[in-house]
Ligand binder design. Structure first.
Ligand SMILES: Cc1cc2nc3c(=O)[nH]c(=O)nc-3n(C[C@H](O)[C@H](O)[C@H](O)COP(=O)(O)OP(=O)(O)OC[C@H]3O[C@@H](n4cnc5c(N)ncnc54)[C@H](O)[C@@H]3O)c2cc1C
Length: 437
């Protein structure tokens, strides 16, 4: 006998678990099956993430998605008492004078002001006082700095409503709350090999669906048999194309590898001092810091007394149509040759220290760096988080739920509303995002 549910959510990354939770919460009588090919929830890109959260975006849509999601995460931790190890350490964008005065940065600041997103401008002198170990100005005869196109640090934008959290705990929260509400146990280690597409109504003839018939995704195929559902929600990040392409639905996303390298700060006084930089926030450690050159960023992890170093390399890093096995392997040479030289120029405390661990995953990019949430032929697709899926998962999940319930508007946490079609492909209503790392 084939199994049938009201909804199957494919993918238990942060987007999938958040979607399963919100769907079940608003439709308590619906049966919802959550499946993932991994042995547990949140083990793919969600686990590889730097899990920093910011509302400092240039597009008002991203501002709204992140601002409301961050507020919900704070509510989970402070209101519901579920510790996400969330710290509001802030984001610190280091900029040269040229970058600070660029029209794109001016527009970014204006849009943040319009949306009431708080940020503060720091100048070189103040930054140097707050972070004495940081090189803000390279001398004119510094050939290394010239060779690497390193910008001086003249300004910084600091966002105090930003921070970091533990993505495993966030996934645990959504999964646990979903399980409390759901009649159906999630299934792990269960890959979906394809979507089932059928004629609606079916005439029971060979070769269906014909071109003139209405077609609908009616479930999923797995190695353990077919499972049917009225609606399939697809939250499989950089694997979206592998399931949508065979049924002729486009997702317009592509993947790009991203890596993090872990450098311990314990027993290394200059690094410890940098890690516990005071003066920016009550958190009492270095904000999530983006260097003004080469896309290198630094996340302080006080619980581990370490730094996670990442880089958002742009031209030169291949796009993939679907994430592959080797995208899970960090490249030591990439750290050594590309990131380390830049990092150690701005922060000499990192000189001669090397990572003790590393991990890698992929960003799932859309064409405008905003997510997609749309329905076609019975599949609701939630994808294209574009490297910021942790910080906007709650809002994306609420959009998917509102789409399922046929709501014209989605109410985000805190009461702000967005048209439910805003993140679709056909009726997209967004500004292209310019501030991507
Ligand atoms: C190095 C790095 C740093 C990052 N830093 C940040 C950050 O600081 N802040 C932030 O907000 N975001 C960050 N991100 C991005 C963030 O991790 C992603 O946007 C987010 O995890 C996307 O969640 P997801 O649920 O869409 O994808 P995933 O977590 O990849 O989940 C997709 C799930 O689908 C499952 N799946 C796939 N195919 C199938 C199938 N056929 N059958 C069954 N299951 C399937 C997978 O097993 C997986 O569990 C970073 C990512 C990386 C790689």
């Amino acid at each position: 006998m084939t199994e049938k549910f009201d909804i199957i959510v494919v993918g238990a990354g942060v987007l999938g678990v958040a979607a399963a939770y919100h769907l079940q919460k608003s439709s308590p009588n619906k049966s919802i099956l959550l499946v993932d090919s991994q042995p547990e929830a949140g083990q793919a890109n969600t686990a590889m993430s730097a899990a920093a959260v910011r509302n400092m975006f240039s597009s008002t849509t991203n501002q709204l998605l992140t601002d409301s999601s961050i507020a919900f995460y704070r509510h989970i931790q402070e209101g519901l008492g579920f510790d996400l190890t969330m710290h509001m350490c802030g984001y610190l964008w280091l900029l040269s004078a040229g970058q600070f005065k660029a029209p794109s940065v001016k527009m970014w600041m204006q849009r943040m002001e319009k949306s009431d997103i708080h940020y503060q401008v720091y100048e070189q002198e103040e930054l140097q006082k707050l972070i004495p170990g940081m090189t803000t100005k390279f001398s004119d005869d510094d050939e290394e700095a010239q060779l690497m196109n390193l910008n001086n640090i003249d300004y910084a934008l600091f966002g105090s409503e930003c921070g970091v959290l533990d993505p495993d705990l966030l996934v645990k929260f959504y999964k646990q709350e979903f399980i409390k509400l759901s009649k159906v146990k999630p299934r792990f280690s269960l890959p979906v090999t394809s979507l089932l597409l059928e004629a609606k109504p079916s005439l029971g003839l060979p070769g269906e669906p014909y071109v003139w018939q209405d077609k609908r995704v009616t479930g999923v195929r797995t190695p353990k048999g077919d499972i049917h559902a009225e609606t399939v929600v697809l939250a499989v990040g950089p694997w979206t194309n592998s399931l949508l392409d065979p049924v002729g639905i486009s997702s317009f996303v592509k993947a790009k590898k991203r890596q993090l390298f872990i450098i311990p700060a314990s027993n290394h006084p200059p690094l410890e001092q940098l890690l516990f930089t005071k003066g920016f926030s009550k958190a009492g450690f270095l904000p999530f810091t983006i260097l003004p050159s080469a896309g290198v960023y630094v996340r302080a992890v006080p619980e581990e007394k370490s730094f996670w170093i990442g880089c958002a390399d742009k031209v030169g890093r291949a796009y993939k149509y679907v994430m592959e096995e080797q995208d899970y392997k960090a490249e030591r040479s990439y750290f050594e040759e590309s990131m380390y030289p830049v990092l150690s120029k701005y922060f000499p405390a990192f000189q001669n220290v090397r990572p003790v661990n590393s991990f890698a995953g992929s960003y799932c990019y859309s064409f405008d760096a905003l997510p997609f949430v749309y329905e076609q032929a019975g599949v609701i697709v939630a994808t294209g988080a574009s490297g910021s899926g942790i910080m906007k998962a709650d809002a994306i999940a609420r959009m998917a739920d509102a789409l399922y319930r046929g709501e014209k508007e989605t109410e985000l946490y805190g009461g702000q509303k967005m048209p439910t079609t805003a993140l679709t492909i056909s009726d997209r209503q967004v500004e292209v995002e310019r501030v991507i790392i």
